[in-house]
Design a protein around this ligand. Structure first.
Ligand SMILES: Cc1cc2nc3c(=O)[nH]c(=O)nc-3n(C[C@H](O)[C@H](O)[C@H](O)COP(=O)(O)O)c2cc1C
Length: 368
């Protein structure tokens, strides 16, 4: 049996933010906000369980940033005004009660928007229908809509939306930092991806040019909340294109992680199906290892498939500073305590997220 690597429960300084250990809750959308996008008391109880269970860092679900095209899902929480930001205060306070840190994930759904109460269209880099089908467990059905191609003005509004959302998250809600959602097929990833970004203006072109929107968002967010950690989440796979890999392989990884490092992010959060596995055919390195190599001075959060001491070990070996856990945490909000005590984790049951992914009473009432 692999013993738990003791490093995982040692403190980690992410800039000014001191984390008590290196275990984080991964961001997970649970479509449990009020219809108007406010975080609820049930959400505060839900998030508190992970802090109580030992996670030193809790990253929220993707929170929509503006009242234009950002919202993705019915009952997704937002942070587009002071009322929505105030509603997050109780969540942050509940996490802080257990000496855990709270980071807000801010996201723009772009072409993957399934529901938006502000506009009845979706928007993305190019007017191309996204691959795949809408997610049923987020109230979706059938093909995605064809997005409208964003104008320069719409892009400027989206950047401004991220910046204002970040400011509200820190100044009003009291979050300890912000994660910009650049992964999983949402707006920033749509711009970064060759097939969804067919633009021939300054926002399209080679991988560096396709990354320019993410870099502009980072700059705008750092300008308002740069005294606290600002990070970005990056992936190859997408919710609507699970097995996507970067066409340029490790060369793309060098361009992407190098540019993010140059942009001055405090952390990079990479997610793969299994964080420690090789990222590209013909190359042994995982995405975690490549991020470590090309952004050596940036704190690195790794996510994907971690559930026990051996998978913690492999992910640390790959180069992670912090490990984020999703499904295994849903099954075991006390995962950190369990790992420390050597107790076996419960298996994750997909039925927890069916038919709709909202927070279930059974989760809130579970003894811990
Ligand atoms: C129900 C659910 C909702 C998710 N929502 C988000 C999200 O809002 N933002 C995000 O970046 N990733 C989201 N993810 C992806 C997870 O953060 C994570 O990358 C994925 O579950 C793989 O990690 P795991 O093997 O530890 O579960 C979600 C995953 C699940 C299962």
């Amino acid at each position: 049996m692999t013993a738990l690597n003791p490093r995982i429960v040692t403190p980690f300084d992410m800039g000014a933010l001191k984390l008590k250990n290196r275990m984080a809750l991964a961001p997970m959308t649970r479509v449990s906000a009020s219809e108007s996008g406010n975080a609820t008391p049930a959400m505060a109880r839900y998030y508190e369980r992970f802090a109580r269970g030992g996670f030193g860092l809790v990253i929220t679900e993707g929170i929509y940033t503006d009242r234009q095209y950002a919202q993705g899902y019915l009952n997704q929480p937002g942070i587009t005004d002071s009322e929505q930001a105030q509603a997050w205060r109780a969540v942050v306070e509940a996490i802080h009660r257990h000496e855990s840190a709270a980071i807000a994930q801010i996201m723009h759904a772009g072409a993957l928007s399934q529901a938006n109460r502000f506009v009845d269209q979706s928007a993305g880099p190019s007017a191309i229908r996204p691959k795949g089908e809408q997610m049923k467990f987020y109230h979706g059905a059938g093909a995605y809509r064809v997005p409208r191609a964003m104008s320069d003005e719409a892009i400027a509004d989206a950047i401004e939306g991220f910046a204002q959302a970040a400011e509200r998250a820190v100044e009003i809600a009291g979050f300890d930092g912000v994660e910009i959602h650049g992964a999983n097929g949402y707006l920033l990833d749509q711009f970064m991806t060759d097939y969804s970004n067919q633009r021939d203006d300054r926002w399209g072109g080679d991988v560096r040019q396709r990354l320019s929107l993410t870099l502009e968002v980072i700059a705008a967010v750092k300008k308002v909340v740069g005294h606290l950690p600002v990070g970005v989440r990056i992936s190859q796979g997408k919710v609507n294109d699970f097995e996507h890999t970067w066409a340029g392989g490790a060369v793309d990884a060098q361009a992407i992680f190098g540019s993010l490092s140059d942009a001055g992010v405090d952390f990079i959060h990479v997610t793969e199906h299994q964080a420690w596995q090789p990222a590209f055919i013909g190359n042994e390195a995982s995405l975690v290892t490549l991020a470590r190599r090309y952004a050596p001075d940036v704190a690195l959060i790794a996510n994907g498939g971690v559930q026990d001491a051996p998978t913690v070990e492999r992910t640390l070996q790959a180069g992670a500073d912090i490990i984020a856990v999703g499904k295994a945490a849903l099954a075991n909000p006390d995962l950190v305590q369990r790992l420390i005590e050597g107790r076996a984790p419960e298996p994750f049951e997909p039925s927890l997220l069916a038919p709709i992914a909202h927070i279930k009473d059974s989760e809130l009432n579970q003894a811990q």
